[in-house]
Design a protein around this ligand. Structure first.
Ligand SMILES: C[S@@+](CC[C@H](N)C(=O)[O-])C[C@H]1O[C@@H](n2cnc3c(N)ncnc32)[C@H](O)[C@@H]1O
Length: 277
């Protein structure tokens, strides 16, 4: 079984009830869904990426898997007569399987993969389209807004110059542009630029806002929403959302992950509930 970052902390935070209803908004490789079912809950699990659902080996009578966008969580829960719920969990980003095996150019280390970066193959936008069609100003905005990378301007300019000779097709082409723009290889810059493109292709911020809004509508008065984020821009959206009418952060400070690899150490758990009036 895949053990997601902060699994124990999420399980404690959600206080799983026997026969309680829970939505796993980001099924991935099923770590949360399996743990919730094992603790006695019933789970409706969503994933935008059809391959995450078809690759799943989990077969449990209390788990229903649906291919869908958590931006539509309210509609999907209602279509499945699965509400009001005791809890919702969001574990944002990508799973290791998507990074290492999807062949969609999510990792800056996989130089020969196409610049695709779609979580769902039904999405029309790709990273390749953005890189070859946006203006320099638009590319700058995508990088700066989605990753706050300080070299965004230089990198956007280099992309526009290089693509006038040859279209960017594969990961290695983008890495060459970044290296040339900043003068030396830098994994942290690669990570931020890849993150920015992935966020744009998959409309991650828009979906997160819609998903949180929908989750707040389907939880019971004492229900909880647990969100694991991996960078400060996502965390900011969650914090701002928790100030919406009738909601509150149940812990003032996020629960952090102290162990594991670097990306695992950036994980933060926030818990949102309804204000009891
Ligand atoms: C970090 S992984 C989740 C890992 C999971 N908790 C586990 O135990 O394996 C995030 C998953 O969320 C999915 N995802 C990302 N955005 C989504 C969205 N808007 N709607 C539904 N699923 C989404 C991704 O395809 C990926 O499978």
């Amino acid at each position: 079984m895949h053990t997601p970052v902060l699994l124990d902390q999420v399980m404690i935070a959600l206080e799983i009830k026997k026969d309680g209803l829970y939505v796993d908004a980001t099924f991935g490789e099923g770590g949360y869904s399996q743990a919730i079912v094992n603790a006695g809950g019933k789970v409706l699990a969503l994933d935008l990426d059809q391959s995450q659902i078809s690759n799943s080996q989990l077969s449990m009578s209390d788990l229903k898997l649906v291919e869908g966008n958590f931006g539509d969580i309210e509609k999907i829960a209602k279509e499945n007569s699965f509400y009001p719920v005791d809890g919702v969990v969001f574990d944002l980003g990508l799973s290791m399987r998507q990074i290492n095996q999807s062949g969609r150019g999510f990792s800056f280390k996989r130089l020969n993969e196409p610049l695709d970066m779609r979580m769902s193959l039904k999405t029309e936008m790709t990273a390749k389209y953005l890189l070859n069609h946006l203006s320099e100003a638009e590319l700058y905005e995508v990088f700066a807004k989605n990753s706050e990378e300080i070299n965004s301007q230089k990198i956007a300019r280099e992309i526009v110059v290089r693509r006038s000779f040859k279209k960017l097709e594969i990961v290695g082409n983008l890495i060459n542009c970044i290296d040339h723009a900043i003068g030396e290889p830098d994994n942290n810059v690669y990570k931020r630029i890849f993150q920015a493109l992935r966020i744009q292709v998959n409309e991650e911020f828009k979906n997160l806002k819609k998903g949180l809004d929908g989750a707040a509508k389907i939880i019971k008065n004492d229900g909880k929403i647990a969100i694991v984020t991996f960078h400060s821009l996502e965390d900011r959206i969650v914090k701002n959302f928790s100030r919406s009418q009738g909601l509150k952060l149940l812990d003032k400070k996020p629960i952090m992950n102290r162990r594991g690899r670097n990306f695992e150490k950036s994980a933060k758990l926030r818990l949102i509930g309804k204000k009891i009036i």
